[in-house]
Write a protein that binds this ligand. Structure first.
Ligand code: AMP
Length: 402
């Protein structure tokens, strides 16, 4: 079974073609700068040889349909493509950011499903429209292939009301569906399943805290395999300190900024999403640059690192309280997988909670899933590389093969 996984953004399409028998990636790539003067199409083929084969083309790409057609050209190139015909593709999995309360699981896409994703646009005005573009184009260009929507919010639909309700006038929830939804669900679910394998017990018997630290970050409390709380809220802004997003702030901040600085709401929104977080504190949002600056004595880089790790620690301790008993904590994504300093600082001083890191294991570099806790640690600490495309592909395969 060959599946195409599509993550369609406002000016980009990320894609991966997988052969599910061996869960092997056949091709992966990115269409960038859609709608701009010059676009870029990148593709890497992984043929059955040790050599990867990279291709890239620069040309204008007017819209998502044109972008997808160019991807098809590359994949089906008679000279050196990886498939002969698009009819070889047995199914398509689409990443969709917001499923609201309508979607609790992967869903076969029909006209009704498209309408329900459209209905949720007010909850994700930047993400759901380009996700829908990708769906519409793929339904047109691959009419024979069943298409599946995998929602970032779905895994967190198991949260109880005490975790998902904001303490706001209840009409806001009843009429507008203002509540906490959570995101990165595909990553948290994938990492939780891998954690269960490493613990050697069924996922339904596992209590976990999964810590996704990338440019966007979130932490999830998982009880008996199900999400019971997560740090991102109604939008992907709440919770942890992120690359350019602030995470938790006092909700009265908006009023202060408007009254004292004359800022308009769109400016405030841009500031909190694009100019805050690590970047707001020290001008950089890549941890690798921040570590170099810290080594050079940059005080604000040090503040940025400290605020990030302190917030992680606070959330982690609160999720230990949510769960009571925890089998494992798992770090994932760009920072979680690669940054031993952030991991160590985020766990500092938690010995009394049964969390003891093995410094050497923490610092050893590896691309594979591993345990980094000391023998004495009651709670296991894992690093588990996330693989959202594979997670989407597995769910798509499961659904279309019934
Ligand atoms: P992601 O969103 O998961 O791709 O993560 C991107 C972020 O991971 C970057 O902005 C970096 O801050 C961080 N990152 C990636 N590689 C490393 C590394 N080797 N060491 C520290 N941080 C890293």
């Amino acid at each position: 079974m060959k599946l195409l996984i599509i993550n369609s953004g406002s000016s980009s399409i990320k894609y991966q073609l997988l052969a599910m028998e061996k869960e092997a990636v056949l091709a992966s790539g990115l269409v960038e700068r859609i709608g701009e003067a010059m676009g870029l199409i990148k593709c890497t083929f992984y043929p059955d040889t040790p050599e990867e084969h990279k291709k890239s083309r620069e040309e204008p790409i007017a819209n998502h349909k044109e972008g997808m057609l160019k991807v098809i050209d590359l994949l089906c190139d008679p000279k050196d493509g990886i498939i002969a015909d698009t009819r070889e593709i047995n199914g398509i999995g689409h990443r969709v950011v917001h499923g609201g309360e309508d979607f609790h699981q992967p869903t076969l896409i029909t006209n009704e499903v498209v309408a329900a994703i459209e209905k949720n646009i007010p909850l994700a005005p930047l993400h759901n429209p380009p996700n829908l573009d990708g769906i519409r184009v793929a339904r047109e260009l691959f009419p024979q292939a069943p298409q599946v929507a995998i929602f970032d919010t779905a895994f967190h639909q198991s949260m109880p009301a005490r975790a998902f309700l904001y303490a706001l006038p209840r009409e806001l929830y009843e009429k507008q569906r203002v509540r906490r939804y959570g995101f990165h669900g595909t990553s948290h679910a994938y990492v939780a399943a891998e954690c269960a394998k490493m613990l050697g017990k069924p996922l339904d018997d596992c209590n976990l805290v999964t810590v996704h630290l990338g440019n966007g970050s979130s932490m999830t409390a998982i009880e008996n395999g199900k999400s019971v709380d997560t740090s991102l809220g109604m939008t992907p802004l709440e919770g942890l300190v992120m690359g350019t997003r602030c995470g938790d702030v006092d909700p009265a901040l908006h009023l202060f900024l408007q009254q004292n600085l004359g800022m308009e709401l769109p400016d405030i929104d841009r500031m909190l999403n694009k100019e805050s977080g690590l970047k707001g504190l020290c001008g950089m949002n890549d941890l690798r640059d921040i570590h170099k600056a810290v080594a050079g004595g940059d005080q604000w880089a040090q503040h940025a690192l400290s605020v990030l790790c302190y917030r992680n620690r606070k959330y982690l301790a609160s999720f230990l309280a949510v769960l009571g008993q925890v089998d494992a904590i798992a770090f994932t994504a760009g920072i979680g997988e690669n940054d031993p300093v952030v991991r160590a600082e985020s766990l500092r001083g938690l010995h009394n909670f049964g969390i003891v890191l093995d410094q050497q294991l923490n610092e050893a570099r590896s691309r594979t899933a591993r345990c980094i806790s000391a023998e004495a640690s009651k709670i296991k600490i894992f690093v588990i590389p996330t693989n959202e495309e594979l997670a989407i592909a597995r769910q798509t395969a499961r659904l279309i093969s019934g």
